[in-house]
Structures are given as structure tokens and as C-alpha cells.
Write a protein of this length. Structure first.
Length: 128
């Protein structure tokens, strides 16, 4: 699977969807990871940190959205990001859909498979 990590664009959001240790696990298990240039800088993670564990750095979010089968983010996608989603593509992030009917409608219209972090639980019912 090709996993993509765009830079977060929400104001004052400095986290990144995947850290290098997770990228290492993904690539060790046969997946490919692309990371938008400077996506991890706000969290103190440079492009070289991602390249060292097998990720490919791409220059812009447009390439991440165009190529990746799975998009991993931290925050809910802004309207401009939702327009880049395509049918069958998987989005894994916090969504908070109940408070945002416009986001819900956009995600449904995109045909993407949207998985909300806040709804994922372990077999015991705990948040992983």
C-alpha cells in the first residue's frame, strides 16, 4: 500500500500524521510511504529523519493526495483538502463529524473511505 502524509494546514497545528518509527514499521512490512516536504518540522522531525527509514519526500500535498492509497493526518481535513480526496482512497484522521455537517457531506461526496481516529477501539473497547 502507498501511504501518504501531508503537512497539517490547520492554524497552530504542529503535529504530523506519522512519525519516523511508524514509517520504519510500514516500510519494513512492504508498504511505501510518501511524506510532504517539511511535514514533520513543527514536531521537530526533518525530511532526513523520514528518508532514513524509507520514506520518499515529495514537494507538495497535491502529490500526496494524488498518489497515496491511504492518507494519514492528525486533524480533520479542510475544505481544500477534502476536494483532493478520490473514490476508494482511505483517510485516517480525527474527524469530529457530528459538529461539522459540511465536512460530512464533502467526505461522503468524495467517495473516500474516512476512518475517524476517535471511533477506533481495541477488542476490549479501549482507545489504542
Amino acid at each position: 500500500m502507498l501511504v501518504g502524509v501531508p503537512k497539517e494546514i490547520k492554524d497552530s497545528e504542529y503535529r504530523v500524521g506519522l512519525v519516523p518509527s511508524t514509517v520504519r514499521e510500514l516500510t519494513a512490512n512492504g508498504h511505501h510511504v510518501i511524506v510532504e516536504q517539511r511535514a514533520g518540522l513543527g514536531a521537530g522531525l526533518g525530511d532526513a529523519d523520514y528518508e532514513a527509514v524509507g520514506a520518499k519526500i515529495v514537494p507538495a500535498a497535491d502529490e500526496v493526495y494524488a498518489r497515496a492509497e491511504l492518507i494519514v493526518k492528525v486533524k480533520e481535513p479542510h475544505a481544500e483538502e477534502r476536494k483532493k480526496l478520490r473514490p476508494g482512497q482511505i483517510l485516517f484522521t480525527y474527524l469530529h463529524l457530528a459538529a461539522d455537517p459540511e465536512q460530512t457531506a464533502d467526505l461522503m461526496a468524495s467517495g473516500a473511505i474516512a476512518i475517524a481516529y476517535e471511533t477506533v477501539t481495541s477488542p476490549q473497547g479501549a482507545l489504542p
